[in-house]
Design a protein around this ligand. Structure first.
Ligand SMILES: Nc1nc2c(ncn2[C@@H]2O[C@H](COP(=O)(O)OP(=O)(O)OP(=O)(O)O)[C@@H](O)[C@H]2O)c(=O)[nH]1
Length: 593
């Protein structure tokens, strides 16, 4: 049995070196392995065992070393070891291992040393031969932290790329650090596309970029850049560039100045995107708006707009003239204060008319959300009290979603037309000589009286009047004198009945009267009085002196009357009877049983 001999000085030095090396490796997070393909011998440093999560102090098997990287990693490294052994190929990969670390595994096949035994000290680290049959060295580096940082950086870059690509946003960077890169402008692919370039031209600097801007924008861009660099102002601007094919694009630039701790700017970086389309639409919208305003300013109709609360927001010159309100004064006022309307007393009860708040035509439009006309007979009262007949309607203005956000009131002065219309209507229902209602209108009133009588049992009277010897007036004094006499008779007849009664001239010297809610006795009394009144009409002209008379027939209009026309015929017949009986008298038609 041989006694163990004391280690030699060389062996001690070697062991000391090994410990030193191991400490250094641990400190650096580096492990090492060496594998001899021929013998299968494996040397693994303690630091490597620790990185791999293998027990230290004993040499693990190759399978254990590879297995630390999981099945996929093990298979990959096994194949890499074989290639290294057979072809001398090295590798450099990053793999996750079972300890949760990420290890960088660098492999290198050392050339074999001729005549050396596999696994002997002489072989370790031997080089100098081109034959790949020597040991394969593996270096393991703990890159868990840098790998995590890199992965996070890659994810951030992916997100940035996604955001910039999907939004068509370009990224730019202007380097201001002193040195060879100073002043260099770096654009990503999207930036070049935004400038209409398919390939990246070389040598981009600020001056080259400025040349792409339209001349008027160069100065503006320089100012913004200067303000950002000197005063720390936000870098934000829209400038127009010319693409190589001549297309003009409006690009928006936004960026930030990055500074050294000393405050010196070192970079300016930011993003850029195309705003040509929104600016074009904006421009179009502006043009349309101007066109619309010009149109509204020059059209003959008055236009007034309100908000959803019915407050005036705008009115054109015609509306200002008709309402008497200046645009500045009217703005913000309730529409009912500016567009003041009233109905003539006669038509007031017919439906909703002018008024305040919800009764006002604007208020009704806002409430109902539909086009609302102003009452047909309404009159606009301007600020100075002048009254004008107006035709108006209000339409709701809606948001895209349909909610009413205001109204537009369009109106026009129809005083002239309404006057003409009233005249036409008056002539259609009146006798132009005497101003009394004509036969057609009288017939309608008779019919209405009969309807009412049938409805409420009321009794009325109808008088048929025919002047006596009126022809003489014409014959002796002339037609004009006849007209004057007819007018005088009309005046006396009108004066002889109540306001609600109707006196009509049916034609020639024939008149008629409808006495409403009037029984036969009262009707007879009225007829007698009329007879006396007309008998007082005299006309003298030269030697001629004419005294008039009138024959009157009185018929009752009650619920049982067949027709209004029949009643008038009865009155006519009674009138003829009065004439036949000597003229200038009243003849009653007895009430039907
Ligand atoms: N001045 C004037 N005369 C008219 C007008 N319309 C009809 N006359 C005349 O009125 C007269 C009516 O004729 P009559 O009723 O037959 O004459 P009269 O003299 O009243 O006869 P009696 O009714 O029988 O008493 C005619 O001479 C018509 O020419 C008119 O608008 N103006």
């Amino acid at each position: 049995m041989t006694q163990p001999t004391a280690p030699s000085a060389a062996e001690r030095a070697l062991a000391q070196n090994a410990r030193f090396l191991d400490r250094c490796c641990r400190l650096a997070g580096v492990g090492a392995c060496e594998w001899w393909p021929a013998s299968g011998q494996l040397v693994v440093s303690d630091a490597a065992c620790e990185l791999l999560g293998l027990p230290a102090g004993r040499v693990p098997t190759l399978a254990a070393v590879l297995g630390a990287f999981g099945p996929d990693g093990a298979a990959m490294l096994d194949a890499a070891l074989q290639r290294a052994a057979e072809q001398g190929q090295g590798w450099d990969v990053e793999l996750p291992c079972g300890t949760g670390r990420v290890l960088r595994v660098v492999g290198r096949a050392d050339a074999a040393v001729a005549g050396a035994d596999a696994g002997t000290d002489a072989e370790v680290g031997a080089e100098g031969s081109s034959s790949p049959t020597g040991p394969v060295s593996l270096v393991l580096l703990d890159v868990t932290e840098p790998a995590a940082v890199r992965a996070e950086l890659e994810r951030a870059l992916d997100r940035l790329d996604l955001a910039t690509h999907s939004g068509g946003v370009g990224v730019w960077d202007w380097d201001l650090t002193p040195g060879p890169r100073a002043g260099r402008l770096t654009w990503d692919d999207a930036m070049w596309r935004l400038h209409g370039e398919t390939a990246r031209p070389a040598g981009l600097d600020l001056a080259a970029w400025r040349r792409r801007l339209l001349p008027p924008d160069r100065r503006a861009a320089a100012q913004v850049l200067r303000a950002a660099l000197r005063e720390g102002a936000a870098l934000d601007g829209e400038w127009c560039v010319t693409c190589p094919d001549g297309e003009l694009r409006v690009l928006r630039w936004a960026g930030r100045v990055l500074r050294h701790a000393s405050g010196r700017p070192v970079r300016v970086a930011g993003v850029c995107w195309d705003v040509s389309e929104p600016r074009r639409l904006q421009q179009q919208l502006q043009e349309q708006r101007e066109l619309l305003e010009t149109t509204l300013q020059s059209i003959g109709d008055a236009v007034l707009t309100t908000d959803a609360q019915g407050r005036v927001t705008w009115l054109n010159p015609v509306a200002q003239r008709l309402t008497g309100w200046r645009a500045d004064d009217a703005q913000g006022q309730p529409a009912a204060h500016v567009f003041v309307t009233e109905l003539p007393a006669a038509s007031a009860p017919a439906g909703p008319g002018p008024g305040e708040g919800p009764a006002h035509v604007v208020g009704r439009c806002l409430r109902d959300g539909q086009v609302t006309p102003l009452a047909a007979a309404a009159v606009l009262v301007s600020r100075d009290g002048r009254r004008r007949a107006v035709d108006a309607s209000v339409a709701p203005i809606r948001h895209g979603g349909g909610a009413v956000r205001g109204t537009v009131l369009v109106f026009r002065d129809v005083t002239q037309q309404r006057r003409q219309f009233d005249e036409i209507r008056w002539h259609a229902s009146h006798d132009s000589l005497t101003g009394l209602v004509n036969r057609a209108e009288f017939a309608q009133r008779l019919n209405r009286a009969l309807e009412r009588s049938r409805r409420d049992g009321s009794h009325h009277a109808v008088l048929a009047l025919d002047l006596d010897r009126f022809k003489q007036v014409n014959d002796l004094c002339g037609h004009a004198a006849g007209d004057a006499v007819l007018c005088e008779v009309a005046r006396r007849l009108q004066a002889g009945v109540r306001g609600r009664d109707t006196v009509a001239r049916l034609g020639g010297d024939e008149f008629a009267a409808l006495l409403e809610n009037c029984g036969p006795d009262e009707a007879e009394r009225v007829a007698e009085a009329l007879c006396r009144s007309v008998a007082q009409v005299r006309h003298e002209q030269g030697p001629h002196r004419v005294q008039l008379g009138v024959s009157i027939g009185v018929a009752a209009l009650g619920p049982r009357a067949a027709t209004a026309d029949a009643v008038l015929q009865q009155a006519d017949a009674a009138c003829l009877a009065a004439k036949a009986a000597g003229r200038n008298r009243v003849q009653l038609v007895p009430l039907a049983a």
